[in-house]
Design a protein around this ligand. Structure first.
Ligand SMILES: *Cc1c(COP(=O)(O)O)cnc(C)c1O
Length: 428
């Protein structure tokens, strides 16, 4: 794993930030989102905001396509092709040529499908390798699958910095989330994929915190399978339709267990026996959820709007300026209060978030609540992480600056001690 650079640049002034915003080519895209006035939204990594186009488009789908044209819309409105159409659009953001991604189901369900398929490609091996700190749903899905398969497999968990040394000849699948949801640390996709392949393992990436945040090159890295969410950086709406990638070279042997009718070679032949579709369509299971999928498509379009401005590369460059400004300003004012940044300073070593810790988890929770009370929305992740997502489509440099100063102020004046900030809510 590459060394991470832990040096942060100097904190800018607010005037510096105003000047950066004045020359920011992404500035006009902010109006594409229905953000409440005065809110600084640093949680687009958990639930992206509502693109204005989504409300208008959903209204048309509901009133015209569903309301007036009814069942004919499966053909006339292109509903039946939506999973592959939206999948191909997502492919533009994650470096996948057309015909290798479908938008379907949830990330958890898609993970079950690809992990099962990956194990079937390595019948002589028994180990699913992942990391202890992986997002829990990934671990739970793998545990469920191991049980389902009769307990002959093993989910082997290692620490993130031991991954490279842990992929050995017993590993059937390396199942990794590229960006750590707590710290924002990013794994080098091409390097780790090459290591897995050198040991004969299948490489499965979870792109939940990658898609739409920075350039991902699935094809170029030689990844075998991937899954990801639409509702984080892709702004696809709460619980929105997720996606699944299978490299074309695996399609003929891609054998997933949720063999529903839309993955059939001829769904409308209503045959008794299952025959998988050619190509990526065999990754589908049931009827596409058209309202959710419409929202997901609009969200993906909201990110594709960055393409004329340099796409994900330019987005990540701006995110890095925002993160550098936020972290440098916060540390300058609050390192003395025990604030530590756990996100790598190196631009290519992180996703699009900045995370801090405080000496006490209860304090970290209360500080996040105090920020939310001031209209600055980040989130808390157990046990002690204050997490802030930076989505450059709608955030300004002054937002990063103002949010950091509010954080410093809450710590300096100890406003977080207010009892209403300390009581925990169900969703943190
Ligand atoms: C957010 C997230 C998920 C979410 O899965 P759902 O099925 O949409 O609930 C999965 N994996 C990772 C790494 C995530 O960050």
């Amino acid at each position: 794993m590459p060394e991470t650079d832990d040096r942060w640049p100097a904190a800018p002034t607010r005037d510096d930030c105003v000047a950066l915003d004045a020359e920011d080519p992404f500035a006009p895209l902010r109006d594409e989102f229905a953000l409440p006035d005065g809110l600084i939204y640093l949680d687009g990594n958990s639930l992206g905001p509502l693109p204005r186009r989504t409300a208008a488009r959903l209204r048309a789908v509901i009133e015209t396509e569903w309301g007036r044209d009814l069942i004919g819309s499966w053909n006339s409105a292109g509903w039946i092709d939506a999973p592959t159409r939206v999948g191909d659009k997502i492919g533009r953001l994650v470096g996948a040529a057309p015909g290798q991604i479908v938008a379907a189901d949830s990330t958890s369900v898609n993970l079950f499908k690809v992990l099962s398929a990956a194990l079937r490609l390595r019948p002589d091996r028994r180990v699913i390798l992942s990391e202890r700190g992986n997002f829990p749903t990934d671990l739970y899905v793998a545990q469920g699958l191991v049980t389902q398969l009769g307990g002959r497999h093993e989910l082997r968990l290692v620490e993130r910095d031991a991954l490279a040394d842990s992929i050995d000849d017993s590993v059937a699948v390396a199942m990794l989330t590229q960006v750590d949801y707590r710290t924002g640390h990013r794994l080098p996709m091409a390097e780790i994929t090459a290591m897995a392949h050198a040991r004969g393992a299948i490489m499965l990436w979870d792109l939940a915190h990658s898609a739409g945040a920075f350039p991902v090159s699935l094809d170029e890295a030689g990844a075998d399978f991937a899954v990801g969410c639409s509702y984080k950086y892709l702004n696809g709406g709460p619980g929105g339709t997720a996606f699944l990638y299978a490299a074309r070279r695996h399609h003929a042997a891609f054998d997933q267990p949720l063999t529903g009718w839309l993955g059939h070679a001829a769904p409308f032949a209503f045959e008794t026996g299952y025959r998988p579709a050619e190509g990526i369509a065999r990754a589908l299971c049931g009827t596409p959820p058209m309202l959710s999928l419409t929202a997901a498509e609009c969200g993906v379009d909201s990110v594709l709007a960055s393409e004329p401005l340099g796409g994900t590369r330019a987005l990540h460059a701006k995110a890095n300026r925002l993160i550098d400004c936020f972290v440098a300003t916060a540390l300058e004012g609050a390192a003395a209060h025990g604030l530590r940044c756990v996100t790598p300073a190196g631009h290519d070593d992180r996703g699009s978030q900045a995370s801090f810790t405080l000496p006490d988890g209860d304090q970290a929770y209360a500080v996040v609540q105090a920020l939310i009370d001031r209209g600055i929305v980040g989130d808390f992740r157990a046990p002690d992480i204050l997490r802030f997502g930076f989505a450059p489509l709608y955030l300004r440099h002054v937002d990063a600056y103002d949010a950091a100063h509010a954080l410093v102020d809450i710590l300096t004046r100890e406003t977080w001690r207010d009892p209403r900030f300390v009581a925990r809510k169900a969703v943190t």
